[in-house]
Design a binder for this molecule. Structure first.
Ligand code: SAM
Length: 240
């Protein structure tokens, strides 16, 4: 196909995603900085600002990986609030836990699949998922689960790659399909994982589609903030 897309059967996707994150866990943070040229820090900082977390809030970070968002939220919730750091992948979660502990932050963690969350209905004020939804096999099911665990009036924030503005498409494709896999090979000796990254970005629903999916999952109002010309979008949905 045009960009070497493959259609990955659903049952293979979960295994493949696990393989990707097992193999990148060690070098995940440095690769993030390198590949996004540091921009992921700005996208996450923006997310934290929009989240406007208050003392006492209960926050659930899904697919939290090495813990960037959890670490940012931890000091904001105070002693009566909580931040729960979760991921489906033990290597990523472990990497995150070590990193947080090294900074003196100990958070409750859960090894869990976003498509089947082990939390009661309406238990969080804020649910976040940053660069995680794209990897999930059944995104609608995952969005329904995230909505289920939110209290009425609570918010779901999805930070994810999205559809870049038309004039940037050519250079962006060049970067993603030629430069990115080479960086993956040179820096992490892992071209395949970074080729998967570029492909999964192109397969992911665009801004309008994701907004519709979030409404379908039961969120009443959804706002979309384009960041870096749509390379990334932050979707914020409110549970009615
Ligand atoms: N949120 C972190 C960040 O923004 O740096 C990590 C993002 S990393 C690109 C994607 C994470 O999604 C991985 O840690 C992976 O294990 C996790 N993941 C993939 N599928 C998942 C699922 N079904 N449920 C929960 N986490 C999942």
């Amino acid at each position: 196909t045009h960009f070497g897309f493959e259609t990955v059967p659903a049952e293979h996707k979960a295994r493949r995603v696990r393989g990707v994150f097992d193999s990148v866990a060690q070098r995940y943070d440095i690769m993030n900085d390198l590949m996004s040229m540091g921009l992921h820090r700005i996208w996450k900082a923006y997310t934290v600002r929009v989240a406007n977390v208050q003392l006492g809030d209960r926050v659930l970070d899904i697919a939290g990986g090495t813990g960037d968002l959890a670490l940012a939220f931890a000091p904001l919730v105070g002693e009566h609030g909580m931040v729960v750091h979760t991921d489906i992948n033990a290597a990523m979660l472990g990497q995150g836990r070590n990193r947080l502990v090294n900074q003196g932050v100990v958070l409750p963690t859960a090894l869990c699949d976003a498509q089947h969350l082990p939390f009661p209905d309406e238990s969080f004020d804020l649910v976040t998922v940053s660069f995680g939804l794209r990897n999930m096999t059944d995104k609608d099911q995952a969005l329904r689960e995230m909505t289920r665990v939110l209290r009425p009036g609570g918010r779901l924030m999805v930070l994810e790659f999205s559809q870049v503005a038309q004039p940037l498409r050519k250079p962006y494709d060049l970067y993603s399909f030629h430069i990115l896999p080479r960086l993956g090979r040179w820096v992490a000796n892992d071209e395949a994982s970074y080729r998967y990254l570029a492909e999964s970005i192109r397969m992911h629903p665009d801004q309008a589609t994701l907004k519709a999916m979030m409404k379908q999952a039961g969120l009443g109002h959804v706002d979309c903030h384009n960041l870096s010309a749509g390379v990334v979008a932050l979707h914020v949905g409110i549970k009615c």
